[in-house]
Design a protein around this ligand. Structure first.
Ligand code: GLU
Length: 258
């Protein structure tokens, strides 16, 4: 198949296990194996990864995630280095190198900075052995720390880079047909994201689907910007390469313009 430009988004929820708040090295290894497979198939891949805060918990002796934003920023400052160290060593096992980019939403809006971000991304992508891993620069920006867990950032990166596909990995297998009956599985294709956002918002108060709403808003922006989106389970990393080929269990959102 023709090489594609792919943005993969790893949220904190899929980097960690339910029983431990810090990132799970086994899960990270599986995710990076999927990245390596995509690279080997010739695709260009950018990862948007959270997990900085979660990676700072253990070094700073926190048993659980605190709520005050300045402490979250401090945890992210410590945790980001741990996280990148793990990614660096996992990618090295596949002959790949990590490039760390810490950005804020303003970096994509500012007339001086945005072209620089674009230029360095384009330059990095000329090196096939490099995988850029992007996170919000939590020491200077708190948007994704407060809400979103990088959903919005991943959508922004995908549009900015001109990605073909944005894959948002989450704990659900996609956008469920019926949140009360998860065994019914996800809706395979959503043509009109506005309708499902409305539906998810109605369910939010009773079912706590706030995480999915943030993803759907990110999808809404991405598909309007010409990027096909996929919401799929981050626990089934083995299916990530087949998602690109149009297979696998997920919800697909076709781009509204090509
Ligand atoms: N940038 C944050 C991180 O990497 C976002 C996710 C969060 O709020 O935990 O941890």
């Amino acid at each position: 198949m023709a090489p594609k430009r792919i943005v993969l988004k790893f949220g904190t929820g899929i980097l960690t296990r339910k029983d431990a708040p810090e990132p799970d090295p086994v899960q990270l290894r599986k995710l990076i194996e999927a990245v390596a497979l995509l690279k080997r198939a010739g695709h260009a891949v950018i990862v948007v990864s959270s997990g900085a805060v979660a990676s700072g918990l253990k070094p700073l002796d926190f048993k659980q995630r605190p709520s005050d934003v300045t402490t979250l920023q401090a945890l992210a400052a410590v945790g980001q280095t741990h996280l990148m160290h793990t990614y660096e060593s996992l990618l090295r096992d596949h002959g790949l190198h990590v490039a760390q980019l810490l950005v804020t939403h303003e970096d994509f809006e500012n007339a001086d900075r945005a072209p620089r971000v674009k230029a360095v991304l384009d330059r990095l992508m000329e090196f096939s052995q490099v995988v850029p891993i992007i996170n919000e620069n939590d020491s200077v920006a708190v948007e994704e720390l407060r809400y979103g867990d990088n959903d919005k950032l991943s959508s922004r990166v995908a549009r900015f880079w001109g990605a073909d596909v944005l894959i948002l990995l989450t704990s659900a297998p996609g956008l469920l047909r019926d949140t009360k009956k998860p065994e019914d599985g996800p809706i395979p294709v959503v043509e009109n994201v506005d309708d499902v956002i409305h539906h998810a918002e109605e369910e939010k108060t009773t079912l706590g689907t706030g995480g999915m709403i943030s993803k759907l808003r990110a999808v809404q922006d991405a598909v309007r910007g010409g990027v096909q989106c996929i919401i799929a389970s981050g626990r089934h990393t083995e299916q990530i390469p087949s998602l690109i080929e149009g297979q696998g269990i997920c919800t697909r959102f076709p781009a509204s313009r090509s």
